[in-house]
Design a protein around this ligand. Sequence first.
Ligand code: GTP
Ligand code: MG
Length: 424
Amino acid sequence: MKMLTFTGKSPSEALKKAKMQIGDEGMLIETRELRKKALGRDGLYEIVIGVDDNTTVAEYSRPKKPLNSQQPVKDESKDVLFDISNAAEQISKISQVTDPFSQYEQKNDFQVPLVEPLELKEIKSEINKLADKVKIIQNMFWDEKSPNLSNQIPPEFSEIYRLASQSGMNKEHLDMLMQVTLEHMPLKMRENSATVKRYFQTILRKMVPIRKESMPAVGAKKVIMLVGPTGVGKTTSIAKLAARYSFLMEKKYKVGLVVLDTYRIGAVEQLMQYARMMKLGIETVVDPPEFSSALDSLKYCDCILIDTMGSSPYDKGKIEKIYECLHSNTTHYEIDVVLVMPSSIKYDDLKITYENFSSLGVDTLMFTKLDETRGFGNIFSLSYETKKPISYFSVGQEVPEDLVVASSDFLIECLLHGFNRSKA
Ligand SMILES: Nc1nc2c(ncn2[C@@H]2O[C@H](COP(=O)(O)OP(=O)(O)OP(=O)(O)O)[C@@H](O)[C@H]2O)c(=O)[nH]1
Ligand SMILES: [Mg+2]
């Protein structure tokens, strides 16, 4: 076997040269990095290809035979099993580049020539670059410019700036995020809006506080109280959670319900119906002193879910009643207070709502009606501002399926690309 050496700015380029001279007959023996790629300087790579002694090195012309009828490369050594086409794939993986000249594809166990020649790929790549430029130009006409940052925002950032500002995100948060992205993003990544968007998406994900769902250990309890304005979906969410904990998880938990909402005719009946359907214990509380005994009578349960009366942010009386219940709790159960808010209201209104309920010691946030909303920046901003983690999302009226355990991936996907049920 003869050893031939080829060099190039990348392993792919070296392989391309090899392919031009010896076709697909050789075997990739080794890839070496002779010089690292640095700013303003190309890298230098060397590949060693083993070829049969009889192979003549010449300008390569494409084999006439279809590849699927060619002989596979002989298996001479366990370490060098790749033919050149396979090697290209391997090198791409090693050097994290896409193979710019792979001219074959796998179909039904055979390698067949790709219909897409190199020139076409190059044209496609040029079109992509052009499309990116058009997108950038379009985005330069964004309506709102940041007074503090507009001079510094490069055109490649305009798409994410537009998306984020249209999402209802608080303006200060948006400017701060742009600043962080501009400061920390590696220069190389700024070249096109797709990589800028990916980087921005990663930063956003890291900034959303999320509470991982945790279930009680043997003997322990999970007690959750849902509080929030009227009509936001508290009772529906209690029903979804009850179904999730008692039937839908790997382990089935014993669930009990408590209703504090005895103000409204029908409020108790709404939850009673769910309790009957799922065969769950349910207790009603009219006055705060009854609260502890209601919890106590559900002590056989692993999870206790407490529904409360909806209170307008300006109705301090109802919030005080809930407060009294929480403070009259003589059991040793720790109660997780979940503030439920609709995603359809503006950031400023979410903030007022949060402030009004904060006296209850909010532990986590739950956002409902994501299916009725377009922007999700308000959710991002509220959780970022309050540092309160999000525990669940409600994405529709259906019990139990329209409940999503919170994740930053899901929220940021909604924020940048809109709500998509299939990504929940
Ligand atoms: N589209 C949509 N509707 C929802 C969602 N969650 C709840 N709803 C609907 O919102 C309405 C009010 O839901 P409830 O669960 O009664 O709200 P609540 O917060 O308990 O209301 P009050 O007890 O009156 O304060 C119902 O028609 C629900 O079906 C959701 O995520 N998306
Ligand atoms: Mg209710």
